[in-house]
Ligand binder design. Structure first.
Ligand code: ZN
Length: 209
């Protein structure tokens, strides 16, 4: 950094800080600290914005974006039904008479026989559960297949990214990129500490005034 640009940086810092602090003090003096602080903040934002726009032509080439592995979700599967259910019977398992009552069908015994022999509940596998488990197996197989495809696509993207990254590194090492960095450094030197000293100066003033 040359002496003249450093001197210019210090000058900017002093000017901007003085303007901001002056506005703050003035605002407080006329009984509106908020107005002064707002104006001071506007000055600070203008300094930062101006510095950013001065630096904008000196951008580094953007880094290539690394690929992200897609995690394939399980397809929609209905909620799991009960695995086992009570078997219902049309006729009494003791005497063979037909059963019409829903509770008797579940107990598999008629209202008279149940008083003597008690219920004859029988649990059986639920056919709805069997269908559901088949559906689940199919959904998992589909998920695994789509994940394998996503994995393969990701591997290809990783290889491409590695090449892009290498090219990007070469670009960064090029004389054009070095010129860019020099341009940025020159802008930074021109503004010096102004963008940071200014808000610090306001804060100090706000504490003292
Ligand atoms: Zn019976």
């Amino acid at each position: 950094m040359s002496t003249s640009s450093r001197r210019r940086g210090i000058a900017w810092t002093v000017v901007f800080s003085a303007v901001g602090v002056g506005l703050h003090v003035l605002g407080t003096a006329v009984g509106s600290g908020l107005l002064g602080s707002t104006l001071a903040a506007v000055v600070w934002a203008a300094v930062l914005g101006h510095r950013q726009s001065a630096m904008s032509p000196f951008k580094d080439p953007p880094a290539p974006v690394a690929p992200v592995l897609e995690l394939v979700a399980l397809g929609p599967v209905p909620p799991e039904p009960d695995r086992r259910v009570l078997e219902e019977s049309d006729s009494c398992v003791i005497c063979g008479r037909p059963l019409t009552n829903a509770d008797s069908s579940k107990a598999r015994v008629g209202t008279q026989c149940i008083q003597v022999h008690g219920p004859r509940f029988k649990m059986v596998e639920n056919l709805a559960w069997v269908r559901w488990s088949t559906e689940l197996v199919a959904a998992r197989a589909e998920q695994a297949q789509r994940q394998a495809e996503a994995d393969a696509a990701h591997s290809r993207a990783v290889a491409t990214h590695a090449q892009q990254y290498e090219r990007w590194q070469e670009e960064l090492a090029s004389p054009e990129a070095a010129e860019c960095r020099a341009g940025r450094d020159a802008v930074k030197a021109r503004y010096g500490l102004a963008p940071w000293a200014t808000p610090l100066a306001y804060a100090m003033t706000a504490l003292l005034v």
